[in-house]
Design a protein around this ligand. Structure first.
Ligand code: ZN
Length: 344
């Protein structure tokens, strides 16, 4: 089968011929139809997410079950499935209580510790495959539910616990996960303040429900927030950038009892820096981490898309052979919303 491989960390993606995976107990072979391309793949390519090489990367995957191994009863060949990309044990106290992202026997991510979706086929434990109705969701849209839509649901419902009328600021609102966070926050009843660095990304955020657009390159974000909220600040900041600058401007934009939700902090060289830690106490600020989504949240995210409650924003579809170009375009910030590679 053809697959895009990172031969060693730091290399570009290279098209190779690999043997078809053989199935073990409880595993299924999936014919990949679509794979989402986000900035996370760049961190994986550079080795910042752990794992090992050579590796087929790609974790936002939708496809058709080709064949199943012994002991698989929940899915059958021909089923359309989307991939839950955490490899969890299913047995620990966190897995058993709808908190799989904290699994104590965590085995890593699909596309980091095991081969991922930028290939014609991949094999996975059947418990990582979730059915969807292909007459309701095209494969390109289904692929991005995995991360770009399930992650915002976890943030909105479980971490930020967004309530109606809350003022929610989203940093990186025009990116692949951000644009679905805008929709999710809006659906939970929030007034959305979108922060990004290009007109195109901000306009996209507006199209999907943001009430206020803030260009982080023009002026100080926290000052703009003060003006827009009559000095009240926002109740929640969801920071998909999590750089020292974005964390500090998010923190200064919070109202009393505000929540700062951090994701995507892949800069070990930049420690978390709060300019005035006393404010955490004075203003009763909560600093929250958020990590992917649980399997039940993934199921719910699929249902939300099937019901039309959340619209997958696939902005650019690339051909399989252009997978490396797709990743390059994402790395260069050229893609608003999510890029997807389709595999014939
Ligand atoms: Zn577990």
């Amino acid at each position: 089968m053809k697959a895009f491989v990172v031969e060693k960390f730091g290399d570009r993606l290279e098209l190779k011929d690999l043997p078809l995976p053989t199935l073990g107990n409880g595993e299924a072979l999936v014919k990949v139809k679509a794979c989402g391309i986000g900035l996370t793949l760049s961190w994986i390519r550079l080795g910042r997410m752990g794992g090992s090489t050579p590796r087929v990367i790609g974790h936002e995957i939708a496809g058709v079950v080709e064949k199943v191994g012994d002991g698989v009863t929940d899915i059958s060949p021909g089923d359309s499935v989307a991939v839950y990309f955490y490899l969890t044990c299913g047995k620990c106290e966190y897995c058993l209580t709808d908190r799989e992202t904290l699994c104590v026997n965590f085995k890593g991510n699909v596309g980091t510790r095991t081969d991922g979706g930028l290939a014609e086929y991949l094999k996975l434990p059947s418990e990582n495959l979730f059915k969807f109705h292909k007459d309701k969701i095209p494969y390109s849209s289904a692929s991005i539910i995995s991360d770009a839509i399930a992650t915002p649901l976890h943030i909105a419902r479980r971490r930020a616990m967004i309530h109606p009328l809350e003022r929610v600021m989203i940093i990186g609102a025009g990116g692949g996960v951000g644009i679905h966070m805008v929709q999710m926050a809006k659906m939970f009843g929030a007034e959305v303040f979108a922060v990004d660095v290009s007109n195109e990304k901000l306009e996209l955020a507006k199209k999907y429900g943001a009430s206020h657009l803030i260009d982080a390159k023009k002026g100080k974000v926290s000052e703009t927030i003060k003006e827009l909220t009559q000095n009240k600040g926002v109740n929640t900041v969801i920071d998909f950038v999590s750089s020292p600058d974005s964390i500090s401007s998010g923190f200064s934009s919070l109202a009393p009892q505000g929540k700062l939700v951090l994701l995507g902090h892949f800069h070990p060289e930049d420690p978390l820096h709060i300019s005035d830690p006393q404010d955490v106490i004075r203003k009763e600020i909560s600093i929250l981490g958020s990590r992917y989504a649980t399997k039940q949240e993934f199921r719910d995210a699929i249902e939300m898309v099937e019901r039309g409650m959340i619209k997958p924003v696939v902005s650019t579809i690339y051909k399989f052979e252009d997978s490396d170009k797709a990743l390059k375009d994402v790395e260069e910030g050229k893609v608003s919303g999510r890029a997807v590679v389709e595999i014939p």
